[in-house]
Design a protein around this ligand. Structure first.
Ligand code: PGA
Length: 249
């Protein structure tokens, strides 16, 4: 079985709604004939205009976060059903910035992963180590723990449909990209863990992205690694460069 590559943009807190629609329209012809699945994960307030602008194209719109509860008194939060209703297909969960600045724990990420699947959303589940953890030699142990907790009570069918994004924190927004060897080593370890948890078929199907300073100049080298099935792209997804990354080959 060969996995379909998935290239996802993570706009973070960039682009107001008016620019969101305009940029998606600009991107449509640039990615129209892509072999890879193309997703733009946008700020919540950009979702409606982005979905509208992407209509009829191969660009899917994702969210950057969501809450795990169905509805109710959670001021400022967005429920899974709201994303589905707005036309969202994917949702980034457990990004390191959410963990660091908004105190998201592995347990919260797990609740969000369960909620995403319960509503038919594909989660892009993020994991990654700090520079200190890498230097201490605990990268693989750390990532294994993040993934094990994120996938608690997730069925094999769901796990096979999940997307995991390995994003070393020291490589995010720093221009300091992991070497293809470093990225492959961790993505391979993640696939091995998925095999331990769910068996070889799920391990073969689950898609694992690399993220952290992905750019047109390094995408081909990273994405040609056997266990890397695409990328989660921050800074470079805000520019037409994203089209070049989507056509990485
Ligand atoms: P970057 O961000 O590509 O700007 O390093 C990646 C991410 O945080 O998803």
């Amino acid at each position: 079985m060969s996995r379909r590559m998935i290239i996802a943009g993570n706009w973070k807190m960039n682009k107001p709604p008016s620019q969101a629609a305009e940029f998606i329209r600009q991107l449509v012809p640039l990615v129209a004939d892509a072999e890879a699945e193309v997703v733009c994960c946008v700020p919540a307030i950009d979702i409606v205009p982005a979905v509208e602008a992407a209509k009829g194209s191969n660009i899917r719109i994702g969210a950057e976060n969501m809450y795990f509860e169905e509805k109710g008194a959670y001021t400022g939060e967005i429920a899974p059903d709201m994303l589905v209703d707005a036309g969202v297909s994917h949702v980034i969960l457990g990004h390191s910035e959410r963990r660091e600045y908004f105190a998201e724990t592995d347990e919260m990420v797990n609740r969000k992963v369960k909620a995403a699947f319960a509503h038919g959303l594909i989660p892009i589940i993020c994991c990654g180590e700090t520079l200190k953890q890498r230097e201490q030699g605990i990268t693989i142990d750390w990532i294994r723990q993040q993934i094990k907790i994120a996938f608690q009570d997730i069925t094999p069918e769901q796990a096979a449909a999940a997307v995991i994004a390995y994003e070393p924190i020291w490589a995010i927004g720093t221009g300091k990209v992991a070497t293809s060897g470093q990225a492959q080593e961790v993505c391979h370890a993640i696939r091995q863990l998925m095999g331990e948890l769910y068996g070889p078929e799920v391990a073969e199907q689950v898609r694992i992205q690399y993220g952290g300073s992905v750019a047109p100049a390094n995408a081909a080298e990273l994405f040609s690694q056997p266990d890397i099935d695409g990328g989660l792209v921050g800074g470079a997804s805000l520019k037409p460069d994203f089209g070049q990354i989507v056509h990485w080959k």
